[in-house]
Design a protein around this ligand. Structure first.
Ligand code: ZN
Length: 86
C-alpha cells in the first residue's frame, strides 16, 4: 500500500533539516540548514521573527514568524533566542 501525500515539507529522521527560504532583496530561493537560521521569540507575535543571511547576496533577512513557523523551526533544531526576559 502506497500513500502519496502532497505535504509541504517532508522530514526524515536522518540528515539535516532544511528550511525553504526566499530573499526579498535578490528574490533568490534556497534551502537553509537549521544552524543557518535564528529565531527570536518576543513577548508578542509582532516581535517574534526569524532571521538568516542570504547565501546569494549576503543580505540580512528578517521575517515575522507565526506560531506554525515557530513550531517548525524549534522542532527542527533552530537556535532560539527569547527576547522577553523578566
Ligand atoms: Zn539575496
Amino acid at each position: 500500500m502506497t500513500t502519496t501525500m502532497a505535504g509541504a515539507m517532508t522530514t526524515t529522521l536522518t540528515g539535516p533539516v532544511l528550511f525553504k527560504a526566499a530573499c526579498p532583496d535578490c528574490r533568490s530561493c534556497f534551502e537553509l540548514a537549521s544552524d543557518a537560521l535564528r529565531l527570536a521569540i518576543g513577548a508578542s507575535s509582532r516581535t517574534t521573527f526569524y532571521s538568516f543571511t542570504c547565501p546569494d547576496c549576503g543580505s540580512a533577512v528578517r521575517k515575522p514568524a507565526g506560531e506554525r513557523i515557530v513550531e517548525l523551526l524549534t522542532g527542527g533544531g533552530v537556535r532560539t533566542l527569547r527576547l522577553h526576559t523578566g
